[in-house]
Design a binder for this molecule. Structure first.
Ligand code: SAH
Length: 368
């Protein structure tokens, strides 16, 4: 049986007796192999999900508004040195049309995501937020990377509701290696998350499972950090190597922790991380990620939803742009039209006997 299965629930965790969730226990669960113990973990994550956020699966329409990026992240295909990418920045009208499509399909919110692109100016984004708010009841989530407080305040004032900024890893040494600073500007995503919360955003974060250099201790610390920060939204997906990046080529070997400590970027470990995230953050919105669906096209989405997740982010970017937003290769559903995608997801959600969420699906509107 699981070495983590000891006595009582940890502080703040919603997990029942038998689920002690301190660092040692989370770490032990992450490398648990016993099928009976894992079955107990899945059931507990699903029970806590149902008790705290219910059976609704919220759909967020994802619009990938620009593939330009000034950063040099070692994991991401959009990084500035990827010179062979056919970069794009959507026009305001195109973004509005995509948001309208999300609304037409019945989604309660839209996520505007991009590389870190200074061409997406403060005023351009503020105008888009105002226009979407005028035309639709959609909640708006931004995922535009590290931006100035001035920009973040202006976007919040224009009506943006939420901001996604994954901290990627809680290990500061690994973070600096895989996410180099811009010259003269130290990157501190935790600080930005704090400031955005003070500005009134719902804040979302997350990590990749199995990024080279991530150890079991690091991933356990990441999960406990979600709890400490009381994050509103948490995305946990597998790291998928992109051949355009240093972590996707043969040189990646140099980044790996020794085999005993390196976390694999596989489906099972990702599902354990999702389940444990649900146990430590019972009422957070947790997506079943596209990266997980990419790793397991047959049932990745469903397994995420069965093991703690309650959100899916269908892509509503025009197909012609989507294929050019290549964070990692082979992204699931990249050629599906938004309408086809909606039909497929609805079927998958109903097959799990779950409901389509209505309305914006904010953290505090999930309350049971
Ligand atoms: N520029 C924004 C949005 C980035 S894309 C930002 O930096 O916040 C959103 C997320 O995709 C990233 O935060 C990262 O966790 C994830 N991602 C990037 N490259 C990936 C890869 N190769 N495999 C899996 N996920 C990746």
């Amino acid at each position: 049986m699981c070495s983590a299965e000891l006595t009582t629930g940890s502080a703040g965790s919603a997990a029942g007796p038998g689920f002690r969730l301190d660092h040692a226990a989370v770490k032990a669960w992450l490398s648990e192999k016993d099928p009976d113990a894992l079955e107990a973990l899945w059931q507990e994550a699903d029970r806590v999900r149902k008790a705290h956020v219910g059976d609704d699966v919220h759909l967020r329409g994802l619009v990938e508004i620009s593939s330009h990026c000034v950063r040099n992240c070692l994991y991401c295909g959009l990084r500035a040195p990827s010179r062979d990418l056919d970069r794009y920045r959507m026009e305001a009208e195109e973004i509005l049309a995509s948001a309208w499509e999300a609304h037409r399909l019945g989604y309660g919110s839209v996520v505007l995501q991009a590389g870190e692109d200074p061409g997406l100016t403060k005023e351009f984004i503020a105008q888009i937020i105002r226009a979407i708010k005028r035309a639709t009841p959609l909640a708006i989530t931004l995922s535009l990377g590290e931006r100035s407080d001035d920009e973040l305040r202006a976007w919040r004032a224009a009506g943006a509701d939420r901001y996604l900024l994954r901290f990627e890893t809680s290990d500061p040494v690994l973070y600096r290696r895989i996410h180099p600073d811009l010259p003269g500007i130290p990157s501190d995503r935790f600080a930005q998350l704090h400031r955005m919360r003070a500005m009134g955003y719902e804040i979302g974060t997350g990590v990749m499972v199995g990024i080279p250099g991530q150890t079991w201790d690091t991933l356990a610390a990441d999960i406990l950090r979600f709890h400490e920060f009381d994050m509103d939204m948490i995305g946990v997906g597998p790291f998928l190597p992109s051949p355009r990046t240093p972590l996707g080529g043969p040189g990646a070997v140099a980044f790996f922790a020794d085999p005993e400590h390196q976390v694999p970027n596989d489906e099972l470990t990702t599902l354990k991380a999702v389940a444990l995230t649900r146990l430590v953050c019972p009422d957070a919105n947790i997506p079943s990620t596209t990266a997980l669906a990419t790793l397991d096209r047959a049932q990745g989405r469903e397994l995420g939803l069965m093991r703690g997740a309650n959100v899916v982010m269908p892509n509503v970017t025009p197909v012609a742009y989507r294929v050019r937003y290549e964070i990692y290769p082979g992204k699931a559903c990249v050629n599906e039209t938004a309408t086809a995608c909606q039909g497929c997801l609805e079927g998958r959600i109903r097959s799990l006997r779950r409901r389509l969420g209505k309305g914006p699906g904010g953290r505090y509107s999930n309350a049971m």
